[in-house]
Design a protein around this ligand. Structure first.
Ligand code: HEM
Length: 412
């Protein structure tokens, strides 16, 4: 590992902040052989996402074993497209609206347990809600017997950045879930598929699905991928949104007024809250880098050529902090998203191309509903706003576990 890679691994966010304004918007993390480029210039981002179908998507050294080798995240070609059709359709439009009541019930259940004076660590609290919602979508119910060990495994692997790095560079691998949890996850999926074909497990294993006959290994990889991708990111976004709102009384009051007559499910009913979510995803993107892409042929770039075999990683964090895309990029300003659309090559919290996040609509709806219900039912402050510094949790960017909110008053 060279010095640049070492600084990137150990001091990722300060390293990125020191590079954000580089005009080229590209940085070599590793030279040949195995060249790796971080890219965030809008032209390069547009080119990568436009060419995505022809690129390779190998994943990263840490996440590939965690999600499993057969995860849809690293599948290619027709099998990948097929996974997206089967699992993506239930997460959009009319089918998505079918989850509205379940999401509301899950969120309200969690808020019921917050009396005046409670001080939950905000990221942990939102993580539990988002995991329960995702489990209900995948299995039809949130079986704590599976969720508790799943959450404990995630914490073991990702809870501390330094532990994650030690696992990766000293032991060579992040900790795996173990045979008991893997068996519980696949058994829960097969039971759910028989009981309720509308669950994601049911869609995947239903008689007319191309994946009806997959073995337990491949099933395990999809269930872990869905539970993981579907909750860590959403939870971080909700925690950050509550954090940013707790710092701005007038913005918070505007959102409180909006959510007095809406549960937040429909974005067009709550334009200010939706702008808060979009700005939250810009300034503190829970996934700071989209998936790795590998060039399958030589490509022209910045007056030169990037050779086939180069790994290109689109940096969401850096693209979102370019001053020529967003004036004063380190200032939270929801107003940026109240008057028009930001070009997708400058703002892409959900990645792009053929790997664009499958759950982008679901994730945003959940965040709006968590924030809406919380602001409607509780008055809150951040206990230690200085703890609101971004931290890496695996590859995801989350608030510090020290960041707590205090419930000042129950409005119910
Ligand atoms: C605010 C919440 C979320 C954020 C910010 C987010 C972000 C992302 C990003 C950046 C990617 C990589 C895209 C790329 O490489 O170009 C991704 C992929 C993915 N996300 Fe999300 N995500 C969120 C919520 C969800 C939810 C709720 C699900 C539910 C299942 C989900 C499922 C997936 C899947 C399956 C992929 C892989 C897609 C593929 O490889 O074809 N995500 N997400």
């Amino acid at each position: 590992m060279n010095r640049t890679e070492l600084r990137f691994a150990l001091r990722t966010l300060p390293f990125l902040d020191s590079r954000a304004q580089l005009p080229a918007g590209a940085l070599e993390l590793r030279p040949h052989p195995g060249r790796r480029l971080l890219v965030w210039h809008p032209d390069a981002i547009e080119a990568v996402f436009r060419a995505d179908q022809r690129l390779g998507h190998p994943g990263s050294r840490s996440f590939r074993p965690l999600m499993g080798p057969k995860s849809l995240l690293w599948q290619e070609g027709e099998r990948h497209a097929s996974y997206r059709r089967v699992l993506g359709t239930p997460l959009r439009g009319r089918r998505l609206a079918g989850y509205r009541e379940m999401i509301a019930a899950t969120v309200h259940e969690a808020i019921d347990a917050l009396p005046t004076g409670a001080e939950p660590p905000i990221a942990d609290w939102t993580r539990r809600i988002a995991l329960r919602i995702m489990a209900r979508i995948v299995f039809g119910e949130a079986d704590e017997g599976v969720l508790e060990p799943f959450a404990a495994w995630m914490d073991r692997a990702l809870g501390s950045r330094y532990r994650t790095l030690a696992y990766r560079y000293v032991k060579g691998n992040l900790p795996l879930p173990g045979a008991t949890l893997e068996h519980a996850l696949t058994a829960a999926a097969r039971t759910a598929a028989r009981a309720n074909p509308a669950t994601l497990a049911g869609q995947l294993l239903g008689a007319d699905s191309p994946f009806a006959g997959i073995d337990d290994g491949e099933l395990r990889d999809q269930i872990v991928s869905l539970l993981f991708a579907g909750h860590e990111t959403t939870a971080s976004t909700a925690a950050w949104a509550l954090f940013w709102l707790s710092r701005d009384d007038s913005l918070r009051e505007r959102v409180v007024a909006e959510v007095s007559s809406s549960d937040g499910f429909a974005a067009d009913e709550v334009p200010v809250l939706q702008a808060v979510v979009q700005e939250t995803l810009r300034i503190t993107p829970p996934v700071p880098a989209a998936g790795n892409r590998v060039l399958t042929r030589d490509c022209p770039f910045d007056g030169g050529t990037v050779a086939a075999g180069t790994v290109v990683t689109p940096s969401i964090y850096l693209a979102h902090h370019r001053a020529d895309s967003f004036a004063e990029p380190y200032r939270f300003d929801a107003g940026r998203f109240l008057g028009g659309r930001v070009p997708p090559q400058r703002y892409f919290p959900f990645g792009g191309g053929i790997r664009h996040c499958l759950g982008s609509q679901l994730g945003q709806a959940e965040v709006r509903m968590i924030v809406a219900a919380m602001l409607r039912r509780r008055e809150l402050v951040c206990v230690d706003p200085r703890a609101g510094v971004p931290q890496l949790r695996g590859h995801a960017m989350a608030p510090s576990p020290r960041l707590r909110i205090r419930i000042l008053k129950c409005r119910d």
